[in-house]
Structure formats: structure tokens, C-alpha cells
Design a protein around this ligand. Structure first.
Ligand code: FES
Length: 255
């Protein structure tokens, strides 16, 4: 059973409207956290269920996570102030696999899916990074990715900033003339479907981090089941424990 800890909130900022950047103190989580894992957070008295929130970064006893206010739970979490304590379970889940033999990694994230890719980008050797957002007001973390990678391409769906269009299309143009031996992705389902198709059409290995509604977060309730076809047979996997990161060929991303 994963430990539940009360962690002190030491930094807080709103980096875009309704998107909060929190840093908490936890030696254990900071030491254990792997890229792509998540925390299961008790958001306060107004909600019964915990909320799964990806780890954005973790080191030196500090753990950073960024979330968007989407409902009662995250709204009450956003009201926490520096010095308050937050009830956190984690780190949970199966994160991204980082292999030494990967020479040309590409990262592609969309919307709030860019956050778990930050720690990953720091662990890879100068990955090419694609970040997609709805519009200019939603663009976040560009400068931070810029400090890690020589090539960060930012795009917006409405063309108000950077590449004009879906970020998967920008990656498609890049892949037409560049080597790539692993794609790592997290973001909205239409983007993940496009990334999976682009990777598989080109025979590129691809790891996808799936967002799923969760209950227990530890494999006990089946709320987070997703269809997989590991080893050629159809089965169901639990996103909270078998994922959230899967190889693209393992998962069926239904419309
Ligand atoms: Fe309960 Fe995954 S959230 S099994």
C-alpha cells in the first residue's frame, strides 16, 4: 500500500487562467518519483474522491505538480495557500521508459499534457519538443522547455501563437525529414490518436500517457480500465497501475 503523506505547500502560482503550479515538500516522493508517474491528491473536505495529478518535476525534496481547475475538487485544491498541508498519495503508476539506446527522442504534449513531460525532457538527451495549446493565452512552460532542449516548437490550434494548427501536424512535417527512434506523448485523446497513427505508420516506437477517470488510484476499483491488446489478445488494463504510460501498440484509443 502506498504511503499517504501530509505535504507542506511551499510555492504556488497561477501560470494561466485556472492553471495552478504547486510545489510541495516530500523527501520520499521526490526520491522515488519517475517520469510520468502521478500523485493521488485529497483535494479537501468538499470532495470524497482523490484526484490524479501528474508529477511535473521532483528533486531535492521538492515535488512540483500543475493542474487545471475543472470541478469542485481541483477548485478547492486551488484555494490552498503556502504553508498549508496537502494529503498526497504517491508516486503512483507506471511511467515513461527511458532507454539508453534512444538517440533521437521526440516529445509531444498538448494542453495540460505538457506538464508530466517536463521531468521526462530533463531526463532525455536534448529531445525535440512539440507543445500544442488551444490559443496564446493557454501557452505555458515554453521558456522552461527552452532551457532543456535546443528545439522547442510551440503551436496553437487557432494560430494565435507559434505554429498555426494542430501540433501533431507540426510533428508530422518534422518527421518527414528527420530521424526519430522514440516518441513520448501526453495530451488530449484526439492528439494521442494522431500521434499513435503517425508513429505506427513510420514504424517509430511510441509511449503514450493516458488520462483516465480514476477512483482508488491503486488498482482496486476498475474505474480506470482501458482496452489493450498486449501480446496480440484483447484485454483490459488499469490505467492507474499498468499505466498511465503505455506503448502505442498496446492500447486501443477508441473514438
Ligand atoms: Fe481504481 Fe484504477 S483507479 S483500479
Amino acid at each position: 500500500m502506498k504511503k499517504i503523506e501530509n505535504c507542506k505547500l511551499i510555492r504556488k502560482s497561477e501560470i494561466a487562467e485556472g492553471i495552478f503550479d504547486f510545489t510541495i515538500l516530500s523527501e520520499d516522493i521526490s526520491k522515488e518519483a519517475q517520469c510520468g508517474q502521478f500523485l493521488h491528491i485529497n483535494c479537501g473536505e468538499s470532495t470524497f474522491l482523490r484526484r490524479p495529478i501528474s508529477i511535473c518535476d521532483a528533486n531535492n525534496g521538492e515535488v512540483r505538480f500543475i493542474f487545471e481547475v475543472k470541478g469542485e475538487g481541483t477548485s478547492s485544491l486551488a484555494k490552498k495557500e503556502i504553508g498549508d498541508y496537502i494529503d498526497v498519495m504517491g508516486p503512483l503508476g507506471h511511467g515513461f521508459e527511458i532507454k539508453d539506446n534512444i538517440k533521437n527522442p521526440v516529445i509531444i504534449g498538448g494542453g495540460i499534457g505538457v506538464f508530466p513531460l517536463y521531468k521526462l525532457a530533463k531526463c532525455l538527451d536534448n529531445p525535440v519538443v512539440f507543445l500544442g495549446f488551444r490559443n496564446k493565452s493557454r501557452v505555458v512552460m515554453e521558456k522552461e522547455f527552452d532551457t532543456i532542449s535546443d528545439m522547442v516548437i510551440v503551436g496553437t490550434d487557432d494560430g494565435s501563437y507559434g505554429y498555426n494548427g494542430y501540433i501533431a501536424s507540426a510533428m508530422e512535417q518534422y518527421l518527414a525529414s528527420h530521424e526519430c527512434d522514440m516518441i513520448y506523448s501526453c495530451g488530449p485523446m484526439p492528439m494521442l490518436r494522431a500521434v499513435k497513427r503517425l508513429a505506427e505508420d513510420r514504424g517509430i516506437k511510441c509511449q503514450l500517457s493516458l488520462e483516465q477517470r480514476m477512483g482508488c488510484g491503486i488498482g482496486a476499483c476498475l474505474v480506470c480500465s482501458c482496452e489493450t491488446h498486449k501480446d496480440g489478445t484483447e484485454q483490459y488494463a488499469k490505467v492507474c497501475t499498468n499505466g498511465p504510460v503505455f506503448y502505442s501498440e498496446e492500447v486501443t484509443l477508441n473514438d
